[in-house]
Design a protein around this ligand. Structure first.
Ligand SMILES: NC(=O)c1ccc[n+]([C@@H]2O[C@H](COP(=O)([O-])OP(=O)(O)OC[C@H]3O[C@@H](n4cnc5c(N)ncnc54)[C@H](OP(=O)(O)O)[C@@H]3O)[C@@H](O)[C@H]2O)c1
Length: 180
């Protein structure tokens, strides 16, 4: 089965975006040119699976940031919502998380970057995320879209590494343990 991998930034109080999806709090952080391991992470995935919420944010950026294929999960979008210049690299799906991973497995994907808010929560709930790299930004934004959501049972994680950056960003890499 294709494995799911998460690489996200969150405010210290656990939000990945403001309620209106704004990322201004993240974009204003001074990185000093440091990529925080993002390029290496991207080299090691076959493509991305994201929700319509994240896709709508990303198409608002000046430039399309991905060189790898992107699968967008949505029950409300249609092909006409995909800009013409992205038709070759972006595919829309109504499949659920398990079926997507089976389908990607058949296509030869080994590792998928699972991205978004609700989507990450869905994949975690279904046991499809192998590891999570979370970069905590030293800011409290008070409200927003949560990185983690409700789960039916506890999920144990194992810390693999943790590092700090001059910007104040604290990055931790966890593997999710399979519940017995
Ligand atoms: N801080 C970071 O590192 C980071 C990283 C990624 C994204 N973000 C931001 O975080 C925000 C996340 O917002 P979000 O949670 O709305 O985004 P999302 O997880 O990307 O998209 C959620 C949407 O995907 C669709 N969907 C289809 N199948 C689904 C399923 N099985 N489970 C859940 N959703 C499914 C639903 O919309 P339909 O009505 O279309 O079906 C749902 O509302 C975005 O603004 C994004 O830009 C931040």
């Amino acid at each position: 089965m294709t494995t799911g991998h998460v690489f996200m930034a969150a405010s210290l109080d656990g939000f990945v975006a403001r309620l209106d999806h704004a990322l201004d709090w993240l974009m204003k952080q001074k990185t000093g040119g440091e990529d925080h391991g993002y390029d290496t992470f991207m080299e090691n995935i076959d493509g991305l699976v994201m929700g319509s919420g994240s896709f709508k944010t990303v198409i608002g950026f000046d430039d399309w940031p991905y060189k790898k294929p992107v699968i967008v999960m949505s029950g409300s979008m249609s092909e006409k919502d995909i800009p013409a210049d992205l038709m070759d690299s972006v595919k829309l799906t109504r499949l659920g998380p398990k079926d997507i991973m089976s389908s990607l497995n058949r296509e030869g994907w080994k590792r998928a970057y699972v991205d978004g808010g609700k989507i990450v929560q869905s994949f975690i709930r279904e046991g499809l995320v192998e590891d999570i790299t979370i970069s905590h930004i030293p800011i409290l934004i008070g409200s927003g879209i949560r990185l983690f959501g409700e789960i039916d049972q506890d999920i144990d994680l194992q810390l693999q590494s943790s590092r700090t950056f001059g910007s104040g960003l604290v990055q931790s890499h966890y593997t999710l343990l399979k519940n017995s």
